[in-house]
Design a protein. Sequence first.
Length: 427
Amino acid sequence: MRRTAEAEPLPLVVIGGGAAGLSLADCLVGHGHEGHRPRPRLDLTVVEPPEGPLRPPPRTWCFWDDGPGEYEQAVTAQWSRLRITGPDGNAVETEPAPLRYRMLRSTAFEELVHDRLGGHPGARIVRATVHRVQTRPDGRPGARVLATDPVGRPLTLDARYVFDSRPPVRPPLARTTLLQHFRGWFVHTDRPRFDPGTADLMDFRLPQPAHGLAFGYVLPLAPDRALVEYTEFSRRPLTTAGYEHALRDYTRRVLGLGALTVEGAEQGVIPMTDGRFPRRAGPAHVRIGTAGGATRPATGYAFAAIQRQSRAIAAALARQPTPGRTAPAPAPHRRRALAMDAVLLRALDTGRIDGPRFFTDLFRRTPAEQVLRFLDGRSTPAEDLRIGLRCPVGPMLRCAAELPLLPRRALHGTGPEPALDSCEESR
């Protein structure tokens, strides 16, 4: 498909074929938002990168919910029990009913949403590399997408609204920035080693970094198969060799898995920052997903926030805004949650709280369903208060008091940083 500046502008263009772009497109064609069924004449164009280095490898997204959802057909596995293990080996096991922890593989999710888009008369998918989004040079309302198709030919798309999920090049200016970085192995053991009903959300029986924390993460797929990850919240990613060393140590020394085969691997970096991700890049150009601040600063989770953001955008567009009005740009997280996350990030980065002990005690002292609602951004003010009172009050108050006095800087004051992977909600 080729569009030029002279063509009638497209109503909606969504850039990106990951969790954020496809979730929004799915909502816009009538899925994922109860009561919202766009008219068949809806014209929606999803621009996905062509095969090559810009197209991310398969990845895992996890979230919790309390029942069958819009993506039930794509769910790979789920767990009704969670385990958090402290550095001393003492574990907290919980069943946060009615919530369950669920895994989606990006390949199954993409296939499901592509099928839905293919069945909608007004939706289309275009493979192209987007280079820039700008205001329309003719002064008319909307935005212009400048791209090239898979064989390098220029492609120009004019649209009423553009929703852009391309990942940020680097974190925004912030008072505190940590990175959640990880590498995982899909392992097959020589004998049953896992409990398929229990997910190890955090296992702290690992050497800890000077700033932040490190933990193991185990999602069993069968008695002899699992996704085993090494994860750090720290200032700098490791090399691939560093992750491999940590995973060998964890699977052998800590888990005692014995002989195993690594059938696949995934690796990523997620920003954990109190920086402000600007959602609006122009009156008709809105950033979504990680680029629009959907990643929860203190945990790295984003999939559930992406769904909330997508439903809010779809609901706003269903009210049939007047052409020329600014595009909807709803916030994926509440200000109260972001403020609490900023304090926690500062406490972890300064070492004023012991991260492994903090998270282990949080699950030990608080009903798991409340903790999970908090981590998901769906907790009530009363639940936030109860969780706050179970935190180390002195260190938290000190961090809260000093945050307004701290300048916002580039990551660690070192200038440009490596690009962040588009692994929205990989956690």
